[in-house]
Design a protein around this ligand. Sequence first.
Ligand SMILES: [Zn+2]
Length: 405
Amino acid sequence: MRKEEKTILRTGNNRFLKEYNQAGVLDLIRLHGTISRAEISNLTGLSPTAAGKIVSALLKIGYIHEIGEGKSSGGRRPILLELKPNSFFSVGVDLDIEGIRFVLIDITGSIICHSFNRINKNLSFSDVIKKVKDITEKAAQDLKIDSERIVGIGISIPGIIDTENKKIITAPNMQWKDIDLETYFNENFNVPVYVENEAMASAICENWIGCCRDLSDFVCINIGTGIGSGIYTGGKLYRGVGGSAGEVGHIVVNEKGPKCGCGNYGCLETMASIASIVERVKNLPTYDSISKKYIQGNDKDMDFDTVLKAARDGEEAVKNILMESAKYIGIAVSYIVNVLNPSKIVLGKEFVKYADIVIDYIKEIVKCKALKHPESFLEISVSDIGENSSALGAAFIPLKILFGR
Ligand SMILES: [Zn+2]
């Protein structure tokens, strides 16, 4: 049994307690999959009458439904309850320089639809949020979902975010700075909107459905256009005093490296982000012959998929760049292991596209460079969720609130 199930709900009848207990019972149903009223009463400490009242309220709203009879332990066979699929929904959006990743999930966490929508670079936040509105409305219309059945929208942004006050402090890759989001949200949506840093959103996703489900101390590192991480410690997301914890992309791994957007030289992001890998391939002395061989059509630029094609095809110089980037990821991971002593580090986002080529090398570097004691507790994994992890994590934020987490 997961430790969260042992939560004893409180008795009383004020409105706060009613909502608090409703969320707790709903979460218990989610964790069990199927459960009877008697089991809810036993597990929560609520009286059978109080548990029955909460179940009736949840049935009335439509979050849950009855799915037939379970096994009897003597008397009448109990009626089983479960979350009602397709009853309520949540939207998750991941904003990136490349485009908008959109997911719509239902209350059970199943993905109902998802899409990737390219956007022009340098769009203002206002333009992007209007696009998010259009995509959301179109999906809801196609699936015939009223806005009352959408519990909320979570938005993931690559930058330093003040989640509580809904502000973008800085998102350098998007060229967004000091943006108050509440006004934009109120203008465009009539459901609650939440905002989260993209790597922290992925960490939420890994913790909710991914490979870190029962872990309380882990780090989720996203490798994409930039590099960031979401840190869980003691079962909670660690934000730091100003909300910027986890900026591992700016760990200096090579003082002689190129200048980073932050002003320093040789940050991890300049040595191992997807953008930096593509840039270094373009600077190879043999680039002309590589591009002739792998890029079809004169107007097409080198992109990461083409880089991977060349590496898999045996282009040594390209593969060496991937291996070198992996070395720097390994160095940064060993620092994180020494400082935080996590049980797992999960590498995700675009990393999953080439993990098979570099993961063993990264593990070797960490084994050499990290201290033996913290390293002995560590497992390094590749995310099995991949590119949708931030959008999904963002979609789980409204659900977490609904389930009282
Ligand atoms: Zn930097």
